[in-house]
Design a protein around this ligand. Structure first.
Ligand code: SF4
Ligand code: MG
Length: 478
């Protein structure tokens, strides 16, 4: 999971991208980079490791001239946390007067075989490498399609292209399954592109326009007033497989979710719907108070509480200064107690002497939940009982499509054999998960899509694309 942004035809593109990357910080916290193109055939680049506001400032943003640009928040699924792996990746073709520039920012993971020499550790380099062999006399959208012809997997991409005439183009596209999100906003006379609509919300005067469709390329060019949409024939008959985990957890609650009928809906509504479904599936569960694991489960808990008519109270609050724990790859390397002590604060007056219903969006490794519960019990001293309600099914399989989940054997439900084993591990009295059917039903209630319009492979093992690469099979066997 990463955050990608782009600007087409708006002055000070870099400062807009700085804001958008800040709004998408939850999608990647390892590093960020911005590339811009100006009208004089020049390219400007700045990036670094760390959080967006630690990397960019007025001075370095001010030096990035131009009204076309692309940017990226990195969260690694392939490759280390290394400055060479930051996107957008940039290449040149030809030289002198005939030089073209191509840059690409990628959210997702490629599942096709990666071949040829590479300069970085990111699978995205394959895409740039493919431009070596495309027919340069074709229009840009055809050339991009050629470069992607043999590429499979999850890819929401933003291309930045400067042709031999010095014209700038921005191309936003989603893989034919539409596994990762991408949307377009309008601002002044130009356009903004971002992984999620919350990126437009922090720019005054910007507004959401529409989602990029699965298998669609939208091309913005500085010699054309209107964007041009292209859907390659070969990409038309794919099954939509939007990541259901985006609906459950990854996307920000204030962002819009795509709907089948074009109606307006937000991820917060999906979260509430998941919480309601969880309440319906568990009529026997009761308690004094519903407490969300903040911040990701606030709306799931709200839905659960409304349906059950049990009050939801902020019994746990979290520090603003700690990034998401799940997507921090360091999570694998211990140090979790210190992190959680820094992250969570327990509200004694709400938790003391109660039967708690703790609601969370998901359990992946189970380490965070276990520690959270131990720390809470130590702090509060007297809790009558803890019922842990999870608003998604057990995560049973690794994701190879853009989320850095652990190997199969490291996932809590496999490691501790079954839900009773996980309950024991996290030290609660009761543990319930939402069923797969229930999760999809809850998502579809809001999005109006059909249940099989979503990828749910990390819960079911049914991947929407071939997962037959040796490294994937190894992860599945461990
Ligand atoms: Fe999303 Fe899970 Fe599918 Fe990965 S496997 S794309 S996390 S639903
Ligand atoms: Mg959470």
């Amino acid at each position: 999971m990463c955050g990608v942004v782009g600007v087409a035809g708006v002055k000070n593109a870099a400062s807009l991208m700085h804001l958008m990357l800040f709004a998408l910080q939850h999608r990647g916290q390892e590093g960020a980079k911005i590339v811009t193109l100006d009208k004089d055939k020049k390219q400007f680049v700045y990036g670094g490791l760390g959080l967006v506001d630690d990397i960019f400032n007025e001075k370095n943003i001010g030096a990035l001239a131009g009204s076309y640009g692309a940017g990226h928040n990195r969260y690694s699924t392939t490759g280390d946390n290394d400055i060479n792996n930051l996107h957008p990746l940039c290449a040149r073709k030809g030289h002198g007067k005939n030089m073209e520039r191509i840059c690409v920012a990628h959210n997702g993971t490629l599942t096709s075989e990666i071949t040829g020499l590479r300069m970085s550790e990111t699978d995205t380099e394959q895409i740039l490498g493919n431009f070596r062999d495309v027919n340069d006399s074709l229009p840009i959208h055809r050339r991009i399609f050629q470069a992607l012809k043999n590429v499979e997997g999850a890819f929401a991409l933003i291309f930045l292209f400067q042709d031999v005439k010095g014209k700038n183009h921005l191309i936003a596209l989603r893989d034919p399954h539409g596994i990762r999100p991408l949307c377009i906003g309008r601002y002044k006379d130009g356009y903004l592109v971002a992984s999620e609509s919350c990126a437009f919300d922090i720019i005054e005067g910007a507004e959401f326009w529409r989602f990029v469709k699965p298998g669609e390329m939208v091309i913005f060019s500085d010699d054309k007033d209107k964007p041009f949409s292209f859907q390659p024939k070969a990409w038309r008959d794919f099954k939509r497989s939007f990541c259901s985990f985006e609906e459950v957890y990854l996307s920000y609650p204030s962002s819009r979710t795509e709907t089948a009928d074009g109606s307006i809906a937000f991820f917060s509504e999906v979260h509430e719907s998941l919480g309601q479904e969880l309440a319906c599936e568990n009529p026997d569960v009761t308690g004094d108070v519903v407490v969300a694991v903040p911040n990701s489960a606030i709306y799931h808990a709200r839905g659960f509480s409304k349906k059950k008519k049990i009050p939801s109270e902020p019994g746990i609050i979290r520090s603003h200064y700690i990034p998401r724990t799940f997507i921090d790859p360091d999570n694998k390397n211990g140090n979790i107690v210190v992190k959680l002590l820094k992250k969570f604060r327990f509200i004694y007056a709400i938790l003391f002497g109660k039967s708690l219903i703790l609601v969370d969006d998901s359990i992946v490794r189970g380490n965070t939940m276990r520690r959270l519960i131990i720390l809470m019990k130590n702090f509060v001293k007297k809790i009558v009982s803890i019922t842990c309600m999870i608003a998604s099914p057990p995560t049973k399989f690794p994701c190879f499509l853009g989320v850095d989940t652990p190997t199969k054997g490291e996932l809590a439900i496999n490691k501790f054999k079954d839900s009773e084993g996980v309950r024991n591990h996290i030290q609660v009295d009761t543990l319930r998960y939402l069923s797969l059917k229930g999760m999809l039903r809850a998502i579809c209630r809001v999005t109006r899509f059909k249940e099989n319009d979503f990828c749910a492979a990390c819960f079911s093992g049914n991947y929407p694309v071939k997962i037959d690469r040796e490294d994937f099979l190894e992860e599945l066997s461990k």
